[in-house]
Every structure is written in structure tokens, then in C-alpha cells.
Design a protein around this ligand. Structure first.
Ligand SMILES: *Cc1c(COP(=O)(O)O)cnc(C)c1O
Length: 421
């Protein structure tokens, strides 16, 4: 190993740090593995409990009537989230789409949406119509929006009671950090906010953007009172196998309301061909606890190694984790480009490519993305995203094995050091 690391271009001290990070994180990584084993049993309970059988893996075409695999997948997700209902579809083009269906489905003109976790993820800005009058936004639809900012990097619990109004129709929380230098919210913290919000507006739909958070903790937001959670299948729950898609899970009412947005009123969840993709969606879910566990081990190790190398990282290597994202402060666009190039070169696909930044639909700033993934844009496969804006952070996430994350980080670091020379 030592020799290989030398060949990768690491200096003697960096090699020491590589092994030191492995030693330091050993106990924590053991805990992560134990949790992922418990979650593996939970997923198996759901698959077996619903009687998954070979016929469910076949799929449908056209309207997708009688697609038992699709129906089973919904039921399995509902079991996993311990909630009444779920909608798991490849027709969701992304996590943003699933979240948008949840919002539009559960809000009506004249009503108010409130975020309790500050500014939502970049792509939701145009959905909400927060900063600009983006066509088709909730704002154009007559839905108003307010947000309670985080305070000292935490939910402002004390302010919730006065900030919300009894008539607030939808309360929104974002579990993961998104592209922001903030902490992710643990399920326990979400639960505390939900409890307080419920007191003021007992009838509001309380929704959590659950992207990157699934299977990181043993509990999900639905276990602590959320009415609706949403996420992307090319993140945690797709287990790197789902080719596309998103999910919503929660109360029968909130999920049904969202389903009328995905398809049409009256049709809801009753149509939607699975085209033979149910197999990889189910198999991906089966594997997700292990892959998420490996991604977490990778994030924990990466944080430790890079801290030893003098970088500022969030969370700290031994800090609490409720998502798979590891933020690394790089400080300049050049450093972001160098780091991404290194990460890209360690991927199984397109390892010779040089990532270039571009303004993707729904984003305000150019984003540099290192992928090299089998599923385009998958971020449960190891990847690094860099919004090219101060303070120039890299968000590293995913990885089906600790080894892959280690190679990615080593190459990212070497590429950075070559820049300094
Ligand atoms: C990834 C992500 C989303 C949705 O992104 P898509 O690319 O549309 O799937 C939403 N919120 C957060 C916090 C995310 O990390």
C-alpha cells in the first residue's frame, strides 16, 4: 500500500497521515458498519414482509396498469419510513421534481409556505419563486413564502412558535447541508422543530427535504412526525443501481396530493409504466444500507485525512453525521478545479475527462462536478460538487467502497498540491 501511495505522488508525511486517518477513524467506522447491518435487516424485513417475488421484477409498459412491482415498491418504501403511503417513480426526473410535486400538491393559492431551516437548496429557489419571478413558481401560483434563518448554525427553536402562523399551510425543513457551509440537521433536531411547529399549526403539512439523509441514521424524519419526505433515487435509496427517479413518503393524504401533480388529478399513483426498471430500483434499495455505510466511512475517513493535512472540513471527522456529504473548504476556484480533476481521475468511467463548470438548470451559480459514475450525475457513487462561489467549497459524497473514496481524495490532494508548486 505504502508503495502504491508513493506512486500516486503522496509525500512521506502524507502517507503517515493516510494511515493515521485510518487508525483514528476505526471505531467510528465500526459503528457505522454496525448501523448499516441493522438497517440491512430492516430493509430485508420490508422486502420479505411484502412478499417480493420474481414477478414483481418484470415491469410494465404503456399506462402501467396492474404493475405489481411498482405497487410493491411503494409499499416497501412506506414500511421503511413507517408511514402510510409512498410514491416511488422513475417518472420523477430528480429530487427537485419530487420535492416540487410535494409542494405544489399540498399548497393552494393564497396559502403560505415557511422554511424553518433557512434558505432551501439552490434548485428550490425557482420552484418557490423566492428571489425572482420564475415562470411557473409557487409565487406565480399565489403561494407566499417566508423563511426562518438558522441561528449559530442551528435551528432557531425558540423563534418557531412566534414565526409560524396558525394558518401556515406547509412547514419545510431541509435535513442535509445542501451547497451551504452549515451543519446538517439530525433527525432528533428535526423532531424537536416538528413538535414545536405542530403546536402552532396542527393542520399544516410538515415536509422534509430528505436528500442525502436516507439510511444515515436509524430513524427517518417520518419517525419524528414529518408528514412528507422526499428525495432522489440517484442518491441514497437507489443504492447506485436505480437509473433515475425520486420518491415521496408520508401520510396517505400528502402523498396522494403530490401524486396528482406528478401525473394528473384522478390518476395519481394508478398509472406509470415501470418499463422493467423495478428490478434495479428494488435491488438498489436492498443494497442501499451497505453503500450508504461505505459512503459514510469514506466521508469520515476523508474528513480525518484532510484535517490532518490542514484543511477545514464540515463535519469534523468525529462530528455527528446525518447525511453523506463531506464539505471541504478549498478557498479558490483554481483549488476547486484541481481537486475535482483529481477526484474525476479516480472514477470508473471517464477518468480521463476534465470537469468543466456550467450553470445547470435551476442553479444560479456555475457548478463544477467530478463524477466518473455509471449513472450520470449519481451522487451516491463517489462524486464531488463545487459551486463556483465564495468560499469555494468542495462537497464530496458517495462511494461504494471506502477504498474508492480514499483513491479519490488522494488524487484530489495530489492534484491540489501540484497546483501550489
Ligand atoms: C440533491 C439535493 C436536492 C435535489 O437535487 P436533484 O439534483 O434535483 O436531485 C435537494 N435538496 C438537497 C439538500 C440536495 O442535496
Amino acid at each position: 500500500m505504502r508503495e502504491r501511495l508513493l506512486r500516486e505522488g503522496l509525500q512521506a508525511q502524507q502517507i503517515e497521515n493516510f494511515f493515521e486517518a485510518t487508525r483514528l477513524t476505526r471505531d467510528l467506522r465500526e459503528q457505522i458498519r454496525e448501523r448499516s447491518h441493522r438497517l440491512q435487516w430492516k430493509v430485508l424485513d420490508a422486502l420479505q414482509g411484502r412478499g417480493l417475488s420474481e414477478v414483481h421484477l418484470l415491469g410494465s409498459t404503456g399506462y402501467g396498469y396492474g404493475d405489481t412491482g411498482r405497487e410493491l415498491l411503494d409499499e416497501i418504501y412506506a414500511d421503511l419510513f413507517d408511514c402510510e403511503s409512498a410514491l416511488v417513480r422513475l417518472q420523477f426526473v430528480s429530487g427537485t421534481h419530487a420535492i416540487a410535486c410535494g409542494l405544489f400538491g399540498n399548497l393552494r393559492p393564497g396559502q403560505e409556505m415557511v422554511s424553518l431551516s433557512g434558505e432551501p437548496y439552490d434548485t428550490l429557489s425557482t420552484v418557490i419563486g423566492q428571489k425572482s419571478d420564475s415562470p411557473g413558481s409557487l409565487k406565480e401560483w399565489g403561494v407566499s413564502y417566508r423563511q426562518l434563518d438558522l441561528r449559530d448554525d442551528r435551528l432557531d427553536l425558540e423563534a418557531i412558535q412566534t414565526f409560524l402562523r396558525p394558518e401556515t399551510a406547509l412547514v419545510f425543513l431541509q435535513r442535509s447541508r445542501g451547497y451551504a457551509w452549515r451543519s446538517s440537521l439530525t433527525v432528533e433536531q428535526l423532531g424537536e422543530a416538528i413538535r414545536r411547529a405542530r403546536k402552532v399549526c396542527p393542520h399544516a403539512v410538515i415536509m422534509v427535504d430528505n436528500c442525502y439523509g436516507e439510511l444515515v441514521e436509524e430513524q427517518e424524519p417520518t419517525h419524528v412526525g414529518a408528514d412528507l419526505v422526499a428525495g432522489s433515487l440517484i442518491k441514497n435509496l437507489g443504492g447506485t443501481l436505480a437509473a433515475t427517479g425520486g420518491y415521496l413518503a408520508g401520510t396517505t393524504r400528502a402523498v396522494a396530493a403530490a401524486s396528482y401533480r406528478l401525473t394528473a388529478p384522478g390518476i395519481g399513483a394508478e398509472q406509470g409504466a415501470s418499463l422493467g426498471f423495478s428490478r434495479t430500483m428494488l435491488q438498489g434499495l436492498f443494497q442501499a444500507p451497505v453503500v450508504v455505510g461505505q459512503a459514510l466511512e469514506g466521508a469520515c475517513w476523508a474528513a480525518c485525512f484532510l484535517e490532518l493535512e490542514g484543511f477545514e472540513v464540515a463535519p469534523r471527522w468525529d462530528g455527528p453525521r446525518t447525511d453523506i456529504v463531506q464539505a471541504i473548504r478549498l478557498g479558490s476556484p483554481e483549488a476547486q478545479a484541481a481537486f475535482c480533476k483529481g477526484v474525476q481521475s479516480s472514477g470508473p468511467v471517464d477518468s480521463k475527462a476534465t470537469p468543466e463548470s456550467w450553470v445547470q438548470p435551476g442553479y444560479r451559480d456555475p457548478i463544477l462536478m467530478a463524477g466518473g459514475t455509471f449513472i450520470a450525475g449519481s451522487s451516491l457513487e463517489m462524486s464531488a460538487d463545487c459551486p463556483v462561489r465564495p468560499p469555494y467549497i468542495a462537497y464530496l459524497q458517495g462511494g461504494i467502497s471506502l477504498g474508492h473514496v480514499q483513491l479519490g481524495v488522494v488524487r484530489g490532494l495530489v492534484s491540489l498540491k501540484n497546483l501550489v508548486k
